[in-house]
Design a protein around this ligand. Structure first.
Ligand code: SAH
Length: 264
């Protein structure tokens, strides 16, 4: 079978953060599939068809893109950030596993991109410089109970936590509940960084603490990094502060995230 499917990460938004592999995969494709807002970021090319869909339709989009590739076309599925982080690469794998055996003969490549938490971390310093994890707060595909259990584990384990999908109109209360949950383990002085539309013209970044963090400061274009007991802030005259997590463990073993040592 000659069909090809590339799942392409286009990074957080700034075209300068699109890598060369992604650029050539997008330029070479006969057909592009993706969420409308992501497709809008890819320059148009004559003769290339575009199949935009709604953000929620990952399964249908993956199935359609695979079926198109199975007919012999060179198809690219476009995702923001990295395709493997809460995105289309897993949806494509799910469809290959569940779908007709012929899909397993397709040439499938995943082209990495800069994911939102890395783009935000780079903006403020090095908050992910020590151990960290990433969690999606969306309960479309998992239960809220599981989300709370993972928040407990991450915070008590001393991980810096990146929160994706922190809010949507359909679930306005979840971020507040997540902050309350984290506050069971972490002091109010724990640093929290909000990054909205990171690397795009309307980027907005703010640094606050868990005690001050407001759930209304986040929307679906926001990623949040919640520091650990290790995360620190360096004030600088006339410049934005640097937030970082030192490479060396500074908090005694066993204290997890519940140390009183804050950064701010
Ligand atoms: N694959 C994407 C994540 C998809 S989930 C990636 O690797 O970045 C969608 C979530 O990603 C959003 O709700 C938001 O939390 C985050 N996100 C994606 N791009 C972002 C950006 N430029 N700035 C801030 N958050 C972003």
């Amino acid at each position: 079978m000659s069909g090809r499917l590339a799942v392409v990460g286009i990074g957080p938004g700034d075209p300068a953060l699109l890598n060369e592999q992604a650029k050539s995969a997008l330029a070479d494709a006969d057909a592009l599939y993706g969420y409308r807002a992501y497709l809008d970021r890819v320059p148009a090319r004559q003769g290339q068809s575009r199949h935009a869909s709604d953000n929620r339709q990952e399964t249908a989009r993956a199935a359609a893109a695979l079926a198109h590739a199975a007919r012999g076309a060179n198809v690219a599925v476009v995702t923001g950030g990295d395709p493997g982080v809460f995105a289309m690469a897993a949806a494509v794998c799910e469809e290959i596993e569940a779908g007709p055996p012929a899909l397993r003969a397709l040439d499938v490549t995943v082209i990495p991109g800069i994911t939102a938490m890395l783009a935000l971390a780079a903006r403020v310093g090095a908050p992910l410089g020590h151990d960290f994890c990433a969690l999606s707060l969306s309960d479309n595909l998992k239960s809220w109970e599981v989300i709370e259990r993972r928040l407990d584990a991450a915070a008590s384990g001393g991980f810096v936590i990146a929160l994706y999908n922190p809010a949507s109109r359909a679930r306005p209360l979840q971020l507040r509940r997540a902050f309350e949950r984290l506050a069971r383990h972490l002091p109010g002085s724990t640093l929290v960084i909000f990054g909205r539309a990171v690397s795009r013209p309307d980027e907005r970044i703010s640094i606050t603490t868990l005690a001050e963090a407001g759930a209304e400061d986040a929307d679906m274009s926001t990623v949040i990094i919640v520091g650990s007991a290790e995360t620190r802030l360096i004030d600088r005259p006339g410049r934005a502060p640097l937030v970082y997590s030192p490479r060396k463990q500074t908090v005694p073993a066993g204290s997890g995230g519940s140390s009183r040592r804050g950064g701010a």
